[in-house]
Design a protein around this ligand. Sequence first.
Ligand code: LLP
Length: 449
Amino acid sequence: MNHLSPAIWPSTARRNADGALEIGGLDVRTVATDFGTPVFLLDEDDLRGRARRYRASYVDAGARLVYYAAKAFLTTTIARWVTEEGLGIDVASGGELAVALRAGVPGERLLMHGNNKSMAEIEAAVEARVGRIVIDSFEDIVRIADAAARAGIVQPVLIRLTVGVEAHTHEFIATAHEDQKFGLSVSSGAAEEAVRRVSKLPSLDFRGLHSHIGSQIFDASGFEVAAARVVAVAQRIWDEQGIEVEELNLGGGMGIAYLESDDPLDVPDMALQIGDIVAKQCAQEGIPMPALAFEPGRAIVGPAGVTVYEVGTVKPVELDGGGVRMYVSVDGGMSDNIRTALYDAEYTVVLASRASSADPVLCRVVGKHCESGDIVVRDAWLPSDVAPGDLLTVAATGAYCRSMASNYNYLPRPAVVAARGGAAAVVLRRETVEDLMLLDPGAGPTSKA
Ligand code: LLP
């Protein structure tokens, strides 16, 4: 139980002489004292190392650019780190775009997504001269063309395809129908019609096709089916319209290990397999191999982040079939990690403020919200001497936890602190109740009576 599997924990995670967890040379007890709990702790070296590895592996496999998917977690500091490591950034809203621009990311390194981009978002993207806007609807074509024409520029675009493949871990579902909101349908011919319309508009520059098939994918089989369908479309566009697809963006979705039993493909293997698959399919269809692009989010930031909580109460509960489960309540919950409640996500948790040789006991780590579904880790084995005041740390919470956090029960959202070489830097400060009051016109200034 004191063990830290390197497949799950950040690369600098270790237990120090006191048995306490240390990340980036920082003892979690010091972090808790200095910044309060709950707190997200980010291993800067780990995050940068993953960014570098993704860039190198996917560029070797034929990628023009690897974009970091900002939705996983974005602050100006993260935007600077990934840019310094040679990645572009995929933004999916005007807010994410604003953060990337505030960080000084050059427009040509940005790509904008969205199935319902507002006119203001499109105008902001055009004004920033983003390198790619991904068209997701026929309305998008008209709106982006109009904004680009008004700005007097020619906007490079991709067209997002719905390929009827939904991938998750080792499983994928391939269907003929495409019952979801993203992209333009391959089977109905909408995708080719979109290319036809885009190519007639002088303010748009058609660069290629986009496909994103899902998240937390462990092997290349789903990409294989998707790539076959996308390359078939590229071949028809070439044959029927004489237009070359120069770029193929295969999205993100590369999976990470949350548990010991998770076994995603190694980064270079996945990159090489996908590159080979596309090359073979292009050769079969007799079209030139396009430049590739990818958009990993979780795989860059997920394993680099952990959440540190303080235990408040420990309650033994008798189970129906006999035995006991300890309900261990921490000072956060579904407001800082909705993934367990929303997706039945599973996590690894350890006692972090000390090592313990007490016998393991079956625990459920729960939050402090007014709802029984407020579970952080459904089943965990923790030392039976776990007690109020102890710190627990949940691994692999860097992606889709702070970025999906809420203020349920008026809980202020936690800080995010980066650790490197024993130094701490706040990349997002803790919210305060006063911050929340600023949104409430009736709250007025706090009186100091
Ligand atoms: N590109 C596109 C077009 C996407 O829609 C997404 C994720 C990504 C890239 C990045 O995917 P990643 O590499 O991070 O898997 N909230 C969910 C994940 C939703 C992902 C939505 N789109 C979760 O917490 O698991």
